[in-house]
Design a protein around this ligand. Structure first.
Ligand SMILES: Nc1ncnc2c1ncn2[C@@H]1O[C@H](COP(=O)(O)OP(=O)(O)OP(=O)(O)O)[C@@H](O)[C@H]1O
Ligand SMILES: [Mg+2]
Length: 146
């Protein structure tokens, strides 16, 4: 089931298999926007959804690195880079600046940002915000243009 208005879309997801179609809808919703933030409690499914989106963007391997750094880079269709950030462990926005987030956000690669709450002052203006809410046996995934 899905509800939609001009500004946001809400999807009810019951199984991981449905993330494939959710990823397709998100990319359509995003249009030209290349920066995405993912919010939701620990274990909500942010990384899992990002992986589904990356597969949709043509990433075939290199997605299950055991040691996750703040930023991981994958290559999608047409050699388009996808930068996957996890800011959970950073202590200050300065750490994010030091790894060069501003350059990543201004590049023409895709940026998938977990824990955007940690870098509120650095977020790119044009972005799609994804929120995942775990509810009983399902997840509500909301997309909105910020
Ligand atoms: N849509 C879904 N349906 C069912 N299970 C899911 C779904 N999305 C994720 N999961 C399961 O939930 C667990 C946690 O997922 P994931 O690591 O993606 O969460 P996260 O939000 O990235 O957590 P963290 O905040 O720790 O980074 C995984 O075991 C995954 O298989
Ligand atoms: Mg995660």
């Amino acid at each position: 089931m899905q509800s939609e208005n001009n500004k946001s879309v809400v999807l009810e997801i019951k199984t991981e298999d449905e993330l494939h179609s959710a990823a397709e809808q998100l990319l359509k919703f995003a249009g030209e926007t290349r920066n995405f933030t993912f919010s939701g409690e620990m274990g909500a499914g942010k990384t899992t959804f990002i992986k589904a989106i990356c597969r949709m963007l043509g990433v075939e391997h290199g997605m299950s690195s055991p040691t996750f750094s703040i930023v991981n880079e994958y290559i999608g269709k047409n050699n388009r880079p996808i930068y996957h950030f996890d800011f959970y462990r950073i202590k200050s926005e300065r750490e994010a600046l030091e790894i060069g987030v501003e350059e990543y956000f201004e590049s023409n690669g895709f940026c998938m940002i977990e824990w955007p709450e940690k870098i509120l002052n650095l977020l790119p203006e044009d972005r799609v915000a994804i929120n995942i809410l775990v509810e009983n046996n399902q997840r509500l995934i909301t997309f909105s243009h910020e």
